[in-house]
Design a protein around this ligand. Structure first.
Ligand code: GLC
Length: 440
């Protein structure tokens, strides 16, 4: 068994850590302007302007089963969909606002179709819910708000009542957690500090945190409705997992007391979360696979995002990226699902990473930089039973010796505990070759 002791929390994080790989879906009105999901804030668009997106929202090609199939084929085991993003638009049928999908030309409850289809494919179901809301009339104007530059923002805030807004959130969370069956993950987004800025118009505005969201009450409600749910950390209190964003962590995430946390890196295929026509910063196939491996090699999960287009389908680049994951995981999934950080006794060579099965019996060596014939694993000789490539189960020969001798010779010294793998000169035809080491 893995020797890592992870901080215990209320939710059921067992399956979550086992499954390791999920799909994030950012979908909303912002798919239409198609220039970042923060477009309303960034371009300080008025409600009046934004109405055009509500009036034209009609993702006619949306097919939840197709999304679910693509997620499943990509090797993803769970999904998290934006039920409401910062713009305030709800993708579900709610009693508490008219600003919802059933009132657009599309007219259907997309959340319902998502839940049914993904559940049908056997994926676990997650909801993202934005704490920010740039449409609700009781939500006070803060630095990210589209009205941040309004000269009378502070005056307007006196007419806005966050208490009412918090009640609205609790009502909607109740709807989301009671009307759609068992929900496995809840993803709140996000608390933020007051900005450091020289702009006096922004300087006057506050950040928002657990106090503003009434997070204690909010999360207590969540725990009451769905005790097993896996809850993220962005409401600022009582959480099951933490959420590094668009950064590749270099160590296992810990709390202030040094306890290991359940964590999930959330990442994008390009830069934005919502569909962004002009965003060309697509990650390469190797980057996509390496991000997943590196995350699991540090005990974390990866949730990779897709931003469907206004037609309701994944754009070709996202489709390709998902296929890349699917193809690699088809052969190498065993080194990801149910795996975690390798025991401290194992140190991966440069240009490689290790993962290890939870039961401790198999060690996986992922090779990012293909070496020339020899690859030496330090101090592992007593543990090795058998070694093979994972993708085709072909044997890897090895010697208890160091590599690096002249003309390809091995250096054998008494008491040597190193193992040198004898690898083909040509890298196997797989994005990241993975070697499976059966341990004694
Ligand atoms: C950030 C962004 C947001 C995105 C989220 C996902 O908080 O504000 O657009 O939904 O990250 O992690």
């Amino acid at each position: 068994m893995s020797s890592y002791i992870i901080r215990k929390t209320e939710g059921n994080t067992e399956w979550f850590r086992h499954d390791r790989f999920g799909m994030f879906i950012h979908f909303g009105l912002y798919a239409l302007p198609a220039r970042h999901e923060w477009v309303k804030s960034r371009e300080t668009l008025s409600d009046e302007h934004y109405k055009r997106y509500f009036g034209h929202f009609d993702p006619d090609m949306f097919d939840a089963r197709e999304w679910a199939r693509q997620a499943k084929n990509a090797g993803m085991k769970y999904a998290v969909l934006t039920t409401k993003h910062h713009e305030g638009f709800c993708l579900f049928d709610t009693k508490y606002t008219d600003y919802k999908i059933t009132n657009t030309p599309f007219g259907r409850d997309l959340v319902r179709e998502y839940v049914d289809a993904f559940r049908e494919e056997g994926l676990k179901i997650g909801f993202y819910y934005s704490l920010l809301d740039w449409h609700h009339s009781d939500y006070t104007i803060d630095a990210p708000h589209p009205m941040k530059f309004a000269p009378d923002a502070l005056e307007l805030n006196k007419t806005r009542d966050m208490k009412k807004y918090c009640e609205y959130m609790r009502n909607q969370i109740t709807e989301l957690l009671t009307n759609y069956g068992d929900i496995d993950v809840l993803w709140f987004d996000t608390s933020f500090a007051k900005q450091k800025t020289d702009n006096p118009l922004l300087e006057r505005l506050d950040g928002k945190g657990s106090h503003d969201w009434e997070s204690e009450e909010l999360t207590a409600l969540v725990r009451k409705l769905r005790p097993e749910i896996v809850l993220n950390d962005r409401a600022g209190v009582d959480f099951d997992f933490t959420t590094p964003e668009q950064v590749q962590p270099t160590e296992w995430k810990k709390d202030k007391g040094g306890n290991l946390l359940t964590w999930e890196a959330c990442q994008t295929l390009a830069n934005s979360w919502g569909y962004n026509r002009g965003d060309k910063t697509w990650k390469s196939p190797a980057q996509l696979i390496e991000m997943l491996i590196k995350t699991v090699s540090l005990g974390g999960n990866l949730i990779m995002n897709v931003g469907p287009t206004g037609r309701g389908c994944f754009d070709p680049h996202a489709v390709k990226s998902l296929e890349i994951y699917g193809e690699w995981l088809k052969y190498c999934g065993r080194s990801i699902y149910g795996c975690t950080m390798a025991e401290p006794e194992f140190t991966a060579p440069n240009g490689c990473a290790f993962t290890q099965s939870e039961d401790g019996k198999r060690l996986y060596l992922h090779i990012f930089d293909w070496p020339f014939i020899h690859l030496t694993l330090k101090n592992i000789a007593d543990r090795v039973e058998y070694i093979q490539f994972l993708h085709d189960a072909s044997e890897i020969k090895y010697e208890i010796a160091k590599g690096g001798g002249n003309c390809g010779s091995l250096i054998k010294e008494d008491g040597c505990k190193d193992v040198t793998l004898i690898l083909p000169v040509e890298k196997p035809d797989i994005i990241v070759p993975t070697i499976e080491i059966f341990l004694k």
